[in-house]
Write a protein that binds this ligand. Structure first.
Ligand SMILES: Cc1ncc(COP(=O)(O)O)c(C=O)c1O
Length: 415
């Protein structure tokens, strides 16, 4: 019996999928599907029925679920052993399914960067949200009020008395109370009140506002996360975080009932738990890993491989006319280009990559470990995972060659 998988995906066959599977697998017919066709199949609850990577139209964002699960389990076990809580950052993945896996592994909540992410994660049933960027201005504060009604344990950050006042007024008018963390700056000068006296003054101002509940301190050092070599990274984090932790102790001694001291990153996950008073880590990138993180160096070697690169962009070789180069269909639009370096080619050595033009990328074939032919699929580890993820509205989940699920990304810019 000859059955095309397109027909199977369309659900136009009148007998059980299980009886079809062997035929489909034997046929190994590669078929192209539009996203909508795959969505329709899933919406009907019919599963993916033997869909493989080869069937996907490229560029496509792939997530290796075995590696993802291993990353989540590894950090969860580490945190348990180090006696520190996890509130991983959802800005990296924007994906409720991943958030649920992190919660199942023991996380006490999820950090998010925007009100849109917070709303989307709350809609997906994620509890314990901490919005780590200041929500300034009426449009965002109004949305926070609405969010508090359905996710009352949500927390937000503040670094200025005027902002605190505005939050308090909106909360009073809506008869809600906002949970607030004082955003204290580990010398990064992005957001956050300076540690020490100024933080104390802001804490006093916040404590006087009846519709704000001061729960703790948020202190995130983005500048420490990617410092090269473990020792230099540890020295950096200890240096910039110590005044933040001292402020935390000082406020507690002054009588502020602070429960949470939240910060940390994938780069400092095994450094920050030793800072006295730190109660939780906000690691984000560890779920995916990217070229930038792999390059910072680990405890034992030049590659930071504590976590595995689970996220790739898959492209197709669409032109192969020269001995020393090939062109793939993954270019600038397939990768976030905010870093000076490009994607790494996964699983092939002796090849470098430049995502040089809108829809085209160049593979330079110095001494490729395998032959590169027209039509070949090539996977790329992305340069910087967070903005790269934000380019895609769906993630194709894979185990080996099989596509086993499709997860939507939520709260993207433009959504
Ligand atoms: C406030 C905050 N916390 C945590 C993180 C997670 O950092 P990483 O992805 O390096 O683990 C980020 C990332 O930018 C962040 O902005």
């Amino acid at each position: 019996m000859s059955l095309s998988r397109r027909a199977v995906l369309r659900g136009g066959l009148g007998f059980a999928a299980a009886s079809l599977t062997p035929t489909i697998l034997q046929a190994r017919t590669v078929t192209g599907y539009a996203h909508a066709e795959i969505d329709a199949r899933l919406a009907l609850g019919k599963g993916l029925n033997g869909l493989t990577k080869a069937d996907l139209t490229t560029p496509a964002l792939l997530l290796d679920l075995d590696l993802l699960d291993a990353n989540i389990a590894k950090l969860a076990a580490f945190a348990k052993n180090a006696n520190i809580n996890l509130r991983p950052h959802g800005k990296t993945h924007k994906c409720p399914e991943i958030a649920h896996r992190q919660m199942k592994a023991g996380a006490l909540g999820l950090c998010v960067a925007t009100i849109r992410e917070a709303e989307a994660m709350a809609s997906a049933g994620i509890k314990g949200l901490l919005i780590t960027s200041e929500l300034v201005g009426k449009p965002k504060i109004d949305r926070l009020v609405k969010l508090m009604r359905r996710a009352p344990d949500t927390m937000t950050v503040v670094d200025h008395p005027v902002h605190a006042q505005q939050l308090n007024e909106a909360a009073a008018a809506a008869k809600v109370r906002f949970n607030v963390l004082l955003d204290v700056d580990p010398a990064g000068r992005r957001t956050g009140v300076p540690a020490g006296d100024e933080a104390l003054k802001l804490a006093e101002a916040v404590a006087k506002l009846p519709n704000l509940k001061l729960r703790g301190i948020h202190g995130y050092s983005g500048a420490s996360a990617h410092v090269n070599t473990f020792d230099a990274r540890r020295a950096h984090s200890v240096k910039v975080m110590t005044p933040v932790l001292e402020t935390f102790q000082r406020l507690k001694k002054a009588g502020f009932p602070l429960e949470l001291m939240s910060g940390g990153s994938t780069g400092t996950y095994n450094i920050d738990p030793s800072l006295e008073g730190m109660t939780e880590l906000q690691c984000g990138s560890y779920v995916f890993m990217d070229v930038e993180y792999r390059g910072i160096g680990g405890k034992t070697g030049p590659v930071y491989d504590d976590f595995a690169s689970s996220l790739t962009v898959m492209g197709t070789v669409i032109s192969k006319l020269y001995q020393d180069r090939a062109t793939v269909d993954a270019g600038i639009k397939a990768f976030a280009k905010d870093r000076k370096f490009d994607a790494d080619v996964k699983g092939i050595t002796g090849v470098s990559f430049a995502a040089g033009s809108d829809e085209h990328g160049t593979l330079l074939l110095q001494n490729p470990s395998r032959e590169i032919k027209l039509g070949d699929r090539v996977e790329f580890i992305v340069p910087h995972c967070d903005p790269n993820l934000n380019l895609y509205d769906r993630i194709y989940c894979v185990r080996g060659e099989n596509v086993v699920d499709v997860w939507r990304t939520v709260g993207r810019y433009g959504d």
